[in-house]
Design a protein around this ligand. Structure first.
Ligand SMILES: C[S@@+](CC[C@H](N)C(=O)[O-])C[C@H]1O[C@@H](n2cnc3c(N)ncnc32)[C@H](O)[C@@H]1O
Ligand SMILES: O=C(O)C(=O)C[C@]1(C(=O)O)C=C[C@H](O)C=C1
Length: 244
């Protein structure tokens, strides 16, 4: 796939609007996420490996907030189970439409993928062995997060896995600032200007609400998960697993 360059925040914007996963973002999304999330490609390929370890015959794998289906493609390539189905959900119609084209072109496996355009709060999770939220929970209002994690826990089979990747906030101010600064250095090294970094930060302010690792772990334990572990971190981007 040819990656169109993200220049959305390159020119000064007269009026700042909240970030949304609209057509303009969809158009440049692979370039945007790769240049914005440290370790994105590593995360995607290792989520496939984790999914392959926990996927069960006759079960479902969910990719919640699937965007263009990068996680779905990685899981689809790796899992070797009988009668396993992938449900990929996103509430951005533009994302789902483009994901449909990408998935149709994927001949890596014959595992069935169901692409669904809906709010993940409305997704019925059942008979699940694997659930992935790769940088999605951070966009859900804080007050709705526990209910969603509870829904996922209830829909997982015993031994099933939730893979949860998030941008973190840190309770200690100087540690928090350290991570923000190095993340911005990462973006600069990937060709984003100070203006792009600053304008996107403002656009994300009311939309992406990061929490601390402790808050995530507490929520996972409150839902009932007995085993939780951080398996990946680069700067303020982490990925956790929780096993039922
Ligand atoms: C940072 S992107 C996820 C990246 C993707 N998982 C990947 O690995 O490439 C967040 C996605 O979550 C979706 N999203 C945000 N809130 C949602 C909700 N309430 N229901 C469904 N999808 C949601 C957005 O439309 C966006 O595509
Ligand atoms: O650009 C940032 O600062 C991000 O936080 C990256 C991030 C995310 O973590 O979800 C935010 C929005 C999308 O562009 C993709 C990635």
């Amino acid at each position: 796939m040819v990656k169109k360059q993200d220049t959305i925040y390159a020119a000064p914007l007269e009026q700042m609007v909240d970030f949304s996963f609209d057509e303009r973002v969809v158009d440049v999304f692979p370039d945007m996420i790769q240049r914005s999330v440290p370790g994105y490609a590593t995360l995607i390929s290792n989520i496939g490996i984790l999914a392959a370890k926990y996927a069960l015959d006759n079960s479902r794998c969910y990719d919640l907030g699937c965007s263009l289906g990068a996680v779905t493609l990685s899981i689809r390539q790796r899992i070797k189970k009988q009668n396993c189905q992938i449900i990929a959900v996103d509430n951005s119609p533009a994302m789902i439409e483009k994901a449909q084209h990408i998935l149709l072109a994927d001949k890596a496996s014959d595992i069935e993928v169901q692409l669904v355009c809906e709010d993940i709060a409305d997704t019925v999770i059942e008979n699940a062995s694997v659930v992935v939220m790769n940088f999605t929970l951070q966009f859900i209002p804080l007050a709705h997060r526990q209910a969603l994690i509870n829904q996922i826990y209830n829909g997982l089979k015993p031994g099933g896995i939730l893979i949860l990747s998030e941008k973190l906030a840190f309770p200690d101010n100087s540690i928090n600032q350290f991570h923000i600064d190095v993340h911005h250095d990462f973006k600069r090294a990937n060709g984003y200007s100070d203006m792009e970094i600053s304008q996107k930060r403002t656009a994300l302010e009311n939309v992406l609400i990061p929490e601390s690792l402790e808050q995530h772990q507490q929520r996972l334990r409150a839902a009932g998960f007995g085993f939780t572990e951080k398996w990946y971190q680069c700067f303020n981007f982490v990925s956790m697993v929780a096993i039922k």
